[in-house]
Ligand binder design. Sequence first.
Ligand SMILES: Cc1ncc(COP(=O)(O)O)c(C=O)c1O
Length: 395
Amino acid sequence: MLQVLQQLPADPILGLSAACRADPNPHKVDLTIGIYMDEQGVCPVFEAVQLAQRALVAEEGTKAYLAAAGDEHFNTGLQRLVLGEGSTALMEGRVSSIQTPGGCGALRIGAEIIHAAAPGAKVWVSDPTWPVHIPLLGSVGLEFRSYRYYDPATHGVNFDGMVADLKQAVAGDVVLLHGCCHNPCGADLTLAQWGVIADMAEQQGFTPFVDFAYQGLGDGLEEDAAGLRLLVARLPEVIIAASCSKNLGLYRERVGATIFVCRDAANARAILSQAQVAARRVYSMPPAHGALLAGRVLTDDHLGAIWRTELTAMCQRINGLRSNLRRALEAKCGGDYAFIEREKGMFSFLGLTAAQAQRLRQEFGVYMLDSSRINVAGINARNLDYVAESVAKVL
Ligand SMILES: Cc1ncc(COP(=O)(O)O)c(C=O)c1O
């Protein structure tokens, strides 16, 4: 039976990262995979998480399953973090959430619920979007339409194109939005533009599905949530896929949640019951360790304060790297790289051709995707000039 299946090519992003690890070039630089790396090139464990972990290990008396919806501290802490302490929807009790294995699990459970509620729903995705969105949501049976988003000529959002395309989204359709720090392009909507999307959702009746994987890595925890909170304040229904992989550094622990903002409390309860049944048929029970750590950090004032300070430093470092990279590229290559400073989060398209990106890998050991998407957090003081000089050589 199994013999009929052929070997598949490596995942385009993970495959390049593996190729970089295997490259003997001593100057090699990995700008492929979307994990935060510090000045030493290490993806660090937050101190707040280490403290929470020590306490958890000392106190944990059981490894029995969590509740099907996950850890209560985690769910309430994350709802407040995402929606804001003063969220009206929260106070009205019309929010429910289920703890999921990472943001990917959150997207998948969101897709299961969308498919159950509206089997013919079309999901509108930005062009470009994170490539994993398509298999993750598509495997549930949802169909896609794409809307214009990134304009390589301006290195910004083609908002007129986005609005023109989304005019065709109807009630029962879902519009997938990147809450902040767009992956892959780094170009985000302004608050005024989020307002226009809210107007359109109100008038046309589509449901926003916000992928929120980078809260705190753009401008700050509150600033990065402003667009999403505007939607929640104005619309009866919003679905959010939140991830703690990046902002709590819990990548391998698989911590996230699908948050459902519903018309009323009864519907929020009904949707939670549906989400639990959906999770049961996909992976059964949520993993505990990471969510118990995140729950402690998010609901403990002392740990929370340490974590916020660490996350702010991380965010400032990314924005500092953006400025340094802009200056280094302008110095070595000429041209205008101000867009790198305007963008948010870890990603940016350098605007190179696939052939130039391949030369960078093969001749210089500078690894980026063929689209020239880079992870800015892979830059540090030791490799900054080398990256900029290498780019200048392939231009
Ligand atoms: C846009 C986007 N959404 C969701 C995720 C989910 O990540 P995870 O499942 O690791 O939490 C990622 C991770 O890279 C991402 O870039």
